[in-house]
Ligand binder design. Sequence first.
Ligand SMILES: Nc1ncnc2c1ncn2[C@@H]1O[C@H](COP(=O)(O)OP(=O)(O)OP(=O)(O)O)[C@@H](O)[C@H]1O
Ligand SMILES: [Mg+2]
Length: 299
Amino acid sequence: MGTVYALASGKGGVGKTTITANLGIALAQRGKKVLLVDADIAMANLSLLLGMHSSPITLHDVLLGESSLQDAIYDGPGGVSFVPSGLSFESYRRVDSSRLTGLIDSVKEEFDYILLDAPAGIETNVMSALSASDNVILVTMPISPSIADVLKTKIVAERLGAKPIGIIVNFVRKEKGEILPEDIMKMLELPIYGLVPYDEEIRKAFMREKIMPTILFKPNAKAIASINEIAEKLTGVSSAEIKKKKKSFITSFLNKLFSIFKRKPKQSSKDDIGEETEEESFDQNELPEISEDSIEIEK
Ligand SMILES: Nc1ncnc2c1ncn2[C@@H]1O[C@H](COP(=O)(O)OP(=O)(O)OP(=O)(O)O)[C@@H](O)[C@H]1O
Ligand SMILES: [Mg+2]
């Protein structure tokens, strides 16, 4: 049975969509079955960031009762499954987001992690996303208005029966005047799951010819290192372990490949004596034994 997490904030533009996309892929890279849901049914930014905004069946159709949720689950980038939101204002006005809880419950068995990218604020659609979740991760900037607003979200989540479990502080610049992590923890009475720095590579994600989450085109970006740490906190699987798994996969593949060449040549028939074949002249000792240490993988 999977766990449903809503990524929520009070203020808009604090990085919920960015973190949902990159964190979801970081979880999938750790071998988890991940479903991302664009629960921002008015804006569909997550659908845009994942390059899936023109999907034929969307959450709008499902919330309108015109399609099943299964029909709106697509293979997204980086190994995640994804439910896009619709772009039509007309269908947005008619959807009943209160159906979200039942829908999400119906697919919980199929995934380890279901991440809901919630809209900003505390309006009806936000409440639907919070109600549909087991746990809430609050996203805030390290400045007082953002923290004051996310406190309201925390209170609303608790009233709706969801459990706020931690905070992600995004846009950290370590500038004078920023509220310090320990003070944010005290104000919100929750642990900090991650401190994500301001990073140009994140900002550029929406500016590329092919829009995609930063983790897929700049896995070494400093903000991605923080997001990987959050994924590690949630799963217990570190980035070093993923790297090791990748290495041993490549090692075993290459060794299998070389073992084909290393097979002994067939005994030549009497008639062939004196006519050395290409296969026979191959020096088997020249083939290297591949070890994990001989493979370099980008971090
Ligand atoms: N750590 C970061 N460094 C630099 N830019 C960032 C960072 N996090 C997010 N951004 C940028 O800030 C903008 C807002 O981010 P995003 O859309 O993820 O926020 P949001 O909370 O989902 O907003 P909304 O409330 O409108 O849905 C985007 O252009 C994004 O690329
Ligand atoms: Mg968003």
